[in-house]
Design a protein around this ligand. Structure first.
Ligand SMILES: Cc1ncc(COP(=O)(O)O)c(C=O)c1O
Length: 457
């Protein structure tokens, strides 16, 4: 077998081999379980022609070719906490947003059960018409009081909350400045609004200042959006510096604290506590209920006028059903548990610090992670990340690879979500397994070589 000599030759060989394989009856695609029927479509209208679909098939086929299991859409057969059950086996789990172990907390499950008994499982209408329930208002009051804002609105999805909020408050004459690593939902909201969109280097207020200096005067209203704890890197911005800029350049500042609530600050209050900044200095506090609050949905906390405006004009609220009552009740109970049991936040911090220190000692690249709820181990290209995740899975450790396009191709990684419920033994065993498997991967045959060897077989 001839070995490709240059990396670009290897890539080309891989691409052409995969393309050939794709040509053969879509070998990586699972067969439908039963006989199905499809509408007749012209070549042009075929869903397989959708932009991005072919790249998706290429990635799946490449993994299939070198014998990797698909790490995505795995079915968890239990509550996914510090451990989980997949295909009947128990795994150490690092893939759950349940940072404080509140999913399944007796008070949280009890509140959800009680709400089902009283209201059933659905609000059965948009809140504006007939979907308003006491649990919605109780949750909104609790969140507003957490951030010490005048009001709050909750919506059925965190993603939709960003899209519809940004889409409702900005117009084409406006501008949005956002961190380069901002969540997809913020970008989608900006696109919906028609406002000019400008991104600045990650966690770099000086880069934002340059942009503001050069362009702020060209636009009417301006919104700056940053996150609390960044979900791919596990780092946090210097909030005071952004507050200073928003004041100087007359902008609104919005913080998406999806991963910061329950994690950042001594009591887990969020980014403001972590940075020692008054929560009232931020115009819009956004967050999701799907992380620490072990529910589903999103919230915006801020001035009463903003909340009133969103409740009456934002399409994602107005034209969408009210949040399912048990989910609203669960989120409110989880927020109370966060306030009542701050020791969970401390345990999470200890676990994250332990993992980070161990990983650094073994020479793993954890980037700029603070060592709290999110710790990446950056390994390089996507195939390497998927292979490492696969090898760990075979050793009873479930951690997701994060690959291009979610992160740049050369910074593909395993992302470890920590919880307050991991044990020191689990953490020590995991760090050792990651370091050993990565070392073995780096000294063994390259993935391209493995692929070519299979091809020759
Ligand atoms: C920063 C950020 N914002 C918004 C969302 C969307 O939230 P949800 O998954 O609850 O819809 C996510 C999702 O993970 C996120 O990481």
């Amino acid at each position: 077998m001839t070995q490709p000599s240059r990396p670009q030759d290897s890539r080309a060989a891989l691409a052409s081999f995969v393309t050939n394989r794709l040509g053969r009856a879509n070998a990586a695609r699972p067969e439908p379980a039963t006989q199905t029927r499809k509408p007749v479509q012209s070549e042009n209208q075929s869903f397989e022609k959708l932009t991005g679909y072919r790249e998706l098939r290429l990635q799946r086929s490449a993994a299939d070719l070198i014998g990797l299991n698909n790490p995505f859409f795995r079915v968890h057969e239990s509550r996914a906490a510090a451990t989980t059950r997949i295909e009947g086996k128990t795994f150490a789990n690092y893939s759950s947003y349940d940072y404080l172990g509140l999913n399944g907390h007796p008070a949280v499950s009890g509140a959800a059960r009680k709400a089902i008994e009283t209201y059933g499982t659905s609000a059965s209408a948009s809140r504006l018409v007939a979907g308003e329930r006491p649990v919605h208002l109780k949750l909104e009051q609790a969140l507003a009081s957490h951030y010490e804002t005048e009001a709050c609105v909750v919506m059925v999805s965190g993603h939709a909350t960003n899209v519809t909020t940004i889409g409702a408050i900005l117009e084409p004459a406006d501008v949005i400045f956002h961190d380069a690593l901002i969540h997809n939902s913020v970008v989608t909201g900006a696109q919906l609004s028609g406002a000019q969109r400008r991104s600045f280097a990650h966690n770099d207020p000086a880069a934002l200042e340059k942009l503001l200096e050069a362009t702020r005067h060209e636009h009417r209203r301006a919104l700056i959006v940053i996150e609390g704890l960044y979900s791919m890197d596990g780092d946090a911005p210097d909030l005071a510096a952004f507050v200073e800029l928003k004041r100087r350049y007359d902008c609104w500042l919005m913080v998406d604290d999806a991963h910061g609530l329950g994690v950042l600050g001594r009591t887990g209050a969020g980014l403001h506590e972590h940075c020692g900044v008054d929560a009232a200095d931020i115009d819009i506090w956004m967050g999701t209920l799907s992380k620490t609050l072990s529910s589903c949905g999103g919230y915006v906390c801020g001035p009463a006028v903003l909340v009133e405006y969103l409740k009456c004009t934002a399409g994602g609220f107005l034209y969408s059903v009210g949040m399912s009552p048990p989910l609203a009740a669960a989120a409110e109970a989880a927020l109370s548990a966060l306030h009542a049991e701050p020791e969970r936040v401390e345990r999470l911090r200890r676990n994250g610090n332990l993992f980070l220190a161990g990983a650094k000692k073994r020479g793993l690249n954890t980037g700029t992670s603070l060592g709290l709820a999110v710790i990446p181990v950056i390994v390089g290209d996507s195939l390497k990340a998927v292979t490492l995740s696969d090898r760990l899975f075979k050793r009873g450790i479930n951690v997701q690879p994060i690959i291009h396009p979610a992160v740049p191709e050369r910074s593909s990684r395993l992302r470890f979500f920590m919880t307050s419920e991991h044990t020191p033994e689990q953490i020590a065993e995991t760090v050792a397994a990651v370091a050993d498997e990565l070392a073995a991967l780096e000294t063994g045959a390259t993935l391209i070589e493995q692929l070519m060897a299979r091809r020759g077989a």
